[in-house]
Design a protein around this ligand. Structure first.
Ligand code: GLA
Length: 378
């Protein structure tokens, strides 16, 4: 009999996806980001199974499961399993209190859409097992070990933003996070009568594919060149535009563009946080458009589908701004749209996108939501 039949959970955890308002690819450059968790979650149902090391995990979405032995954790050929195996590998370095468990996972997060289903998967598992076996691991360590799991088992050298946002967010707020010091401020966000609307391009990226790690390396190359004149610069976070200009002649155009984007993007994050605090929504929108231009032309992680939607939105006065969110090459495009324009805008964008790409757009509203939480426990 499948373990999923007659499954009575002891613990249910909701692990959210995230959106990032602005500050893309700045996290691994130790800069600033402005993310928040969203209402869409991955649900984890946990129970202990009385075995000492045997575990079962089943995904309702993929309609497939796998078994594992806590004494023998190694990488799998199946990508989604590695997010979980990587977390177990990290937990086992920290504790000897883990025992056999069964889990059923159900995701309401579209995969590969820039909403960080990966961090939700990692952090939800770590958070739930921490609770189920009373491991005494802090939320901050859950964030860090989940990030490490992605480096070691998945192979993406990601920054800390996604895991941090998934665990640490508060309802009604965005997180201004300094990825160097990890200091963070919860900024209340109230943008009515505007709404945050995501349009899903339905074109998917694969972060493990080389581009993400290539961008990281290009930024590190830029830092090494700037360091020749400014040895105190340890990451692009420490660099200024004038330092970059002084080193420009020694860099390829590509490295220069990557650095220019990151240094300006850090400034845009701080400007956006200020605009939100002052309720300057016009400026907020304008900064989103500027960010997308950098994503597309300087950092080159956009794609024709995302560029199309961002440009299309510019004809509408009641759309204040738009940009692609997440690692890049598709996924969702965030739009700031007046509530009276949402339906009309979506209908027009859907029509135009269908003609251009023969793909049906999806749209949903996002609201800043709480980080990982317990929905049920016995
Ligand atoms: C992915 C990574 C994050 C971050 C974003 C780009 O989501 O996991 O760490 O770098 O891309 O901002």
């Amino acid at each position: 009999m499948l373990f999923t039949e007659n499954f009575t959970p002891e613990l249910i955890v909701e692990s959210p996806g995230r959106i990032n308002l602005i500050g893309e690819h700045t996290d691994y450059n130790l800069g600033y980001v402005l993310p928040t968790a969203i209402e869409k979650t991955i649900t984890f149902k946990f129970r202990k199974n009385n075995s000492s090391t045997q575990c079962n995990i089943f995904s309702l979405g993929y309609d497939v499961g796998f078994k594992l032995d806590l004494n023998n954790i190694s990488r799998s050929d199946v990508e989604w399993e590695n997010y979980l195996l990587g977390v177990l590998n990290e937990l086992l370095k920290r504790t000897d209190k883990l025992r056999g468990f069964d889990i059923i996972i159900e995701s309401k997060l579209p995969i590969g859409s820039g909403l960080s289903s990966s961090a939700a998967l990692e952090c939800g598992l770590a958070f739930g097992l921490n609770k189920l076996f009373d491991l005494g691991i802090s939320n901050m360590d859950i964030v860090r070990l989940s990030q490490t799991a992605e480096h070691t088992f998945v192979g993406t050298q990601c920054g800390i933003m996604d895991q941090f946002a998934s665990v640490m967010s508060q309802e009604g707020h965005v997180l201004l996070l300094d990825c160097k010091s990890l200091e963070h401020t919860q900024i209340p966000i109230a943008i009515a009568p505007y709404k945050m609307i995501m349009l899903n391009t339905k074109v998917s990226h694969n972060l493990a594919s080389s581009e993400y790690n290539t961008r990281k390396k290009e930024c590190e190359d830029g830092v090494r060149i700037i360091q020749k004149k400014y040895p105190e610069v340890m990451s692009l976070r420490d660099a200024t535009l004038s330092m970059l200009e002084e080193s420009a002649a020694e860099m390829s155009k590509t490295i220069y563009n990557r650095c220019l984007f990151i240094i300006s993007e850090n400034e845009r994050v701080l400007a956006t946080a200020k605009a939100l605090q002052e309720n300057n929504l016009e400026l907020f929108g304008q900064l989103l458009y500027e960010a997308h231009q950098g994503i597309s032309e300087l950092y080159e992680v956009s794609c024709p589908e995302s560029d199309f939607l961002v440009n299309f939105s510019k004809q509408y006065d009641l759309v204040l701004g738009a940009r692609q969110v997440g690692g890049g090459f598709g996924g969702c495009v965030l739009h700031i749209v007046h509530e009276e324009e949402v339906d009309h805008y979506f209908a027009e964008a859907t029509k135009a996108y269908k003609i251009r790409f023969d793909i049906d757009l999806d749209a949903f509203e996002v609201r800043p939501s709480s980080g990982t939480y317990i929905a049920y426990e016995v």
